[in-house]
Design a protein around this ligand. Structure first.
Ligand code: SAM
Length: 275
């Protein structure tokens, strides 16, 4: 039979789809991260179902058992504590095992904190990079952030109350204090707050009222915007050499052609070199 990957709400319990309810009602078994927590959601929906615990620590071991149940004809839904399973939640090993065993996996889409935050951030959403949680230790966190210095896509991070300020301080150190960040807190819940600040202003805003540091957070961080100083040093060198032999317009055009850059940008750089 089939495995259904069912998204559940990230706060507001009304954010569940009709298909999700129908699926949870009809499957033989619901695999859940925390059976007590998910029991409350099912109770709210008036669903009586058999729950099966599947969390990070037992997923690999229990997946085999679930595969056997699926093979014997049972239908199973996988849910996590909140949002879309597999997105910083268990499920990857199970889905992989289903695919390897030619068992159908059916998505029942719904809430996901990352996409919910991105949809209201007002930062470029055409390309983005989902980064999940950063490491807990500062050194490892800074190493991770250092690798993202040149990331031009909008970046999405999850963060917890305890590490929010440390993470933002590290972002300030690595990305610089004028990095634009949208903080999306407690999405779909009573204290939902969405603010957009430069990282230094955001740290000040959070420190002004410690209550602002409480809750669940998504950080949407603007991608790196290229400026003149990011131009390939080889291109600058070529331009410099060509300028010794050719008029500026020609030197800029040739360099642009070789390095796939904008003629006008190189023309302006050439002008400042000449000056
Ligand atoms: N599977 C979930 C999803 O689809 O978004 C994510 C699970 S991950 C273990 C939990 C993290 O997601 C939280 O620490 C927080 O960073 C983010 N998150 C979940 N619900 C949220 C909400 N209502 N508002 C803001 N962030 C939330």
């Amino acid at each position: 039979m089939s495995l259904y990957i069912v998204a559940t709400p990230i706060g507001n319990l009304d954010d569940i789809t009709l298909r999700a309810i129908e699926t949870l009602k009809t499957v033989d078994l619901i695999a859940a991260e925390d059976t007590r927590y998910s029991g409350l959601l099912l109770q709210h929906l008036g669903i009586k179902a058999k729950l099966f615990a599947l969390h990070d620590h037992n997923e690999q071991e229990k997946s085999q058992l679930l595969i056997e149940k699926l093979k014997s004809g049972q239908s199973i839904a996988l849910i996590s504590d909140a949002g879309t399973p597999l997105i910083n939640d268990p499920g990857f090993h199970l889905v992989k095992a289903c695919r390897e065993n030619q068992i159908k996996v059916i998505p029942i889409p719904g809430a996901c904190a990352a996409i919910t935050a991105l949809s209201v951030a007002g930062l470029p959403s055409d390309k983005f990079s989902y980064e999940g949680f950063l490491p807990a230790k500062s050194k490892a966190r800074q190493d991770c952030l250092s690798k993202l210095i040149d990331e031009t896509r909008t970046m999405i991070f999850y963060e917890s109350t305890h590490r929010l300020l440390d993470t933002l301080n590290d972002m300030q150190t690595i990305f610089g204090s004028d990095k634009q960040i949208v903080l999306a807190k407690e999405l779909t819940k009573t204290w939902e707050t969405i603010v957009s600040y430069r990282v230094n202003e955001l740290i000040t805003w959070l420190k002004e009222d410690p209550n602002r540091q409480k809750g669940e957070f998504v950080l949407i961080v603007e991608g790196h915007t290229k400026n003149d100083s990011d131009i390939d040093p080889n291109a600058l060198n070529t331009l410099k050499l060509l300028l010794k032999e050719l008029p500026l317009k020609k030197a800029a055009a040739i360099t642009a052609e070789i390095y796939g850059l904008k003629k006008n940008l190189l023309y302006q750089l050439g002008l400042s070199m000449e000056n």
